[in-house]
Ligand binder design. Structure first.
Ligand SMILES: [Zn+2]
Length: 323
């Protein structure tokens, strides 16, 4: 597919605001948002952060996003309603597009139209709701679909690669944000280019019109889709374990016995995630954060589970059996 020049200089300022309003109607379900850093970090990545000024997403900011001046990330889930206007399925591994096309085909069997947007390595598949729907219901629907199609889900059953579903949570507590996804039609700071939706001309007006014309899922349909379904066991969030106070003298697994952290920053050690490393990922060596105060707490930002990290270190977590 040929790519057209991505600047919108030909658009008038008035049209820009109009596009921003239409974009907001499609995508904005809460006013919190993130901004992609224009300057890369030491490792070359352009991280997203929550802005310190202009913390409420306005049409002006969206216009700047569409004009490529800033790149925003969007939160799906509004904690006041626990609802979302859309579901986005993010896939960025080898054969990711194949899996997204499978999902798109299967959705169509339910009469659900979806829009496929390219990303750096794969794509994002977007589904829109007639009115904001409970995140929990949306997630039950998509996860059951994925399971039926045997599409891998990141983090479940120890998989490092697989789809990620936004909203990532069923519910948020007050003041929580959940996870943001790159807002469509912006310019990716790292790649320096815009990723378009397949299915419409490569300009903002045509893309918005295409998205506006997609059939949106009414709440009744969603209820019908998930009738008798629940969240498959393997995708349920695990109960939070309260650890006893950290005692450095206690004999237990210590991740720092197996890794030499490269850096210390904002209360964490940072190093290459051993599970990512096994797959040739995390070359920049900073996916794994280990709490300095309590090294029992560690997390891979690419989504590897504790089980995967322990297995990669040759120290698999033993399953306790109750006899
Ligand atoms: Zn990892």
């Amino acid at each position: 597919m040929a790519t057209r020049p991505t600047n919108l200089n030909c658009e008038t300022a008035g049209a820009g605001l109009e596009f921003a309003r239409r974009y907001s109607a499609l995508f904005v379900n809460r006013l919190a948002y993130t901004v992609q850093s224009t300057k890369p970090a030491d490792n070359g990545k352009h991280y997203y952060y929550r802005p310190k000024r202009d913390r409420r997403l306005s049409v002006g900011i969206i216009r700047n996003h569409l004009n490529g001046l800033v790149t925003i990330g969007l939160y799906s889930l509004n904690p006041q309603t626990q609802r979302s206007k859309w579901v986005a399925i993010d896939a960025d591994y080898e054969n990711a597009l194949e899996d997204l096309l499978k999902l798109q085909w299967e959705l169509r069997q339910d009469g659900v139209e979806s829009a496929l947007e390219r990303s750096r390595r794969g794509g994002h598949l977007w589904i829109f709701m007639g009115q904001p729907l409970l995140a929990q219901q949306c997630r039950i629907y998509i996860y059951n679909l994925a399971r039926r199609l045997r599409v891998p889900v990141k983090g479940a059953a120890g998989l490092a690669e697989g789809i990620e579903v936004f909203p990532r949570q069923d519910q948020l507590g007050p003041g929580e944000f959940g996870n943001a996804i790159r807002g469509p039609l912006g310019v990716h700071r790292g790649a320096g280019k815009r990723y378009w939706f397949y299915g419409a001309d490569y300009n903002v007006n045509a893309q918005l019109r295409y998205l506006e014309r997609l059939k949106k899922i009414p709440e009744d349909d969603m209820r019908r889709f998930i009738q008798g379904m629940e969240m498959p066991e393997e995708f349920r969030p695990r109960p939070r374990v309260d650890l006893p106070p950290f005692d450095p003298n206690r004999r237990e697994f210590r991740i720092l016995d197996y890794l030499r952290p490269a850096r210390k920053r904002s209360g964490n050690y940072w190093t290459r995630c051993p599970s990512c490393a096994e797959q040739g990922h995390d070359r920049s060596g900073d996916n794994l954060a280990i709490s300095v105060a309590d090294p029992r707490l560690y997390r891979c930002w690419a989504g590897c589970s504790k089980e995967m990290i322990r297995a990669a270190l040759g120290q698999p977590i033993r399953i306790k059996r109750t006899v």
